[in-house]
Design a protein. Structure first.
Length: 268
């Protein structure tokens, strides 16, 4: 019950019985939900103003506590009467604008340690239950003031980079191959592979023996080709059309199997 401690320290000289401490806690719950105290008694007094503090003389009558509250938006005015009946406190709250009434009965010993009135850290117990009783028994039936409920900021989860077209993919560590991303246009992305220099899409018109999807003995062009290319000459993940035979007895089509353009043109 954040904020109650300084209020209790301020009101401590007036607190002499357990019910005084309970009224102090109830008062702070109304403050938390957007109400401010106007004063004591059924009728307004001179020079009243809304305050978070308890008014002077709030504890004068130990059997019936009468307090008036007004919402911060001035839409509601509450008349609170806390009546002691043996060891219980009956809260009767009326909204004067709508004439609606709410009632809550609290066992004082369930929420107050009478032997620790001098120690704020020990005087209250079951505070979460007390807050829930006030909220469900008074605030909800009579309605909370506008803007009094403070919503926690919602944590917006990051959109996966696959699903955000405006977001750059994460960088890959050096020496690793970029993951293959399926084309969003598949199966109609014919020729898409030919437009992607990194070879991450499917649908190319030219068969690339190193990216055909068929498992082959490991040849990574980025590691270099002995006698032909030094290591690092081919970027990791790049499409690579070798300009000569790679390895001995390599199965599959010759990478240079395509004839040059215009091969069959007699006028070339």
């Amino acid at each position: 019950m954040a904020g109650l401690e300084p209020l209790y320290a301020w009101a401590r000289p007036a607190i002499s019985r357990p019910q005084d401490a309970l009224v102090c806690g109830i008062h702070w719950e109304l403050i938390r939900h957007g109400y401010r105290c106007l004063g004591t008694g059924d009728q307004p007094g001179p020079d009243e103003r809304k305050s978070e503090l308890l008014p002077a003389g709030w504890e004068a009558n130990k059997e019936v506590y009468t307090l008036r509250y007004k919402s911060t938006d001035d839409a509601r005015e509450l008349l609170l009467k806390a009546i002691m009946v043996e060891d219980s406190m009956i809260l009767n709250v009326m909204d004067r604008s709508s004439q609606r009434v709410a009632d809550v009965t609290l066992a004082v010993a369930s929420y107050i340690n009478p032997e620790h009135l001098d120690d704020f850290h020990k005087v209250y117990k079951n505070t979460e239950e007390l807050r829930a009783r006030i909220t469900s028994g008074i605030i909800v039936p009579l309605g909370a003031p506008a803007g009094s409920a403070r919503k926690e900021p919602e944590s917006k989860e990051d959109v996966p980079w696959d699903e955000d077209p405006l977001r750059l993919p994460p960088r890959q560590p050096m020496g690793t191959r970029a993951p293959s991303r399926p084309s969003p246009l598949s199966p109609f992305a014919v020729g898409g592979e030919d437009l992607d220099p990194l070879g991450g899409r499917s649908g190319g018109m030219i068969v690339d023996p190193l990216h055909s999807g068929v498992p082959r003995p490991g040849i990574d062009p980025s590691s270099g080709i002995p006698g032909r290319l030094p290591p690092g000459a081919v970027p990791p993940g790049a499409r690579f059309d070798p300009f000569g035979p790679i390895g001995i007895g390599r199965p599959g089509p010759d990478p240079d199997h395509l004839p040059p353009p215009g091969y069959d043109d007699m006028f070339m």
